[in-house]
Design a protein around this ligand. Structure first.
Ligand code: HEC
Length: 164
């Protein structure tokens, strides 16, 4: 997808998801609220330990969080699916077969390490089984955002869960 802008790719993904959403039957697969089981890692088992070992090279200072928020609401286009407040209720979420993560759930950042989130930003999310294609969560870092911007935006997402 190199060479295309993120908004263009986003609209293609949404078009594909809206036409294929019923090809993937989410029955019995989700959990209340429309998100998919938060307890199941999104990183395939073979890569999980290495992903967890990866730690952010920058601290979540107020400046970094402000930059992360600007990316989330701006050129990262994260809000389109994850919602302006990060609750997973963005306008584009309606057509997705798997609902975007609600980052305001304090349980999220207890279950997920920053390194696992970076893996998803680089590789996209295949969903909780690791086999379901087309969750709508595309590989973004390396395609549209630098790794540093990826860390900033994921630190911002984690801050939405409150606490430290
Ligand atoms: C086209 C819609 C869409 C866009 C745009 C999008 N996401 Fe997602 N995102 C999703 C969906 C759907 C999931 C849930 C996938 C799953 O449950 O496996 C998700 C999951 C994630 C996860 C993994 C959550 C977990 O359970 O480990 C992270 C991290 C994430 N998104 C970050 C971002 C960031 C950062 C941006 C912007 C740079 C972004 N997303 C943009 C749809 C989107």
């Amino acid at each position: 997808m190199r060479g295309f802008s993120l908004p263009v790719c986003l609209s293609v993904v949404l078009m594909l998801c809206s036409t294929t959403s019923h090809a993937i039957d989410p029955a019995g697969y989700g959990q209340p609220g429309g998100e998919f089981d938060i307890r199941i890692p999104r990183v395939p088992a073979a890569d999980l330990a290495a992903a967890k070992r990866q730690t952010p090279p920058i601290a979540a200072t107020p400046e970094v969080l402000a930059e992360g928020k600007a990316i989330f609401l701006g050129r990262g286009t994260c809000f389109q699916c994850h919602g302006v407040e990060g609750k997973g209720d963005g306008g584009a979420a309606k057509v997705l077969p798997i609902q975007p993560r609600d980052f305001t759930n304090p349980a999220f950042k207890k279950l997920r390490t920053p390194g696992e989130m970076m893996w998803v930003l680089k590789n996209g999310s295949l969903g909780q089984s690791g086999k379901v294609p087309g969750t709508g969560m595309l590989p973004i870092v390396g395609q549209f955002l630098s790794e540093e911007d990826g860390w900033k935006v994921l630190l911002y997402e984690r801050s939405l869960g409150g606490g430290d």
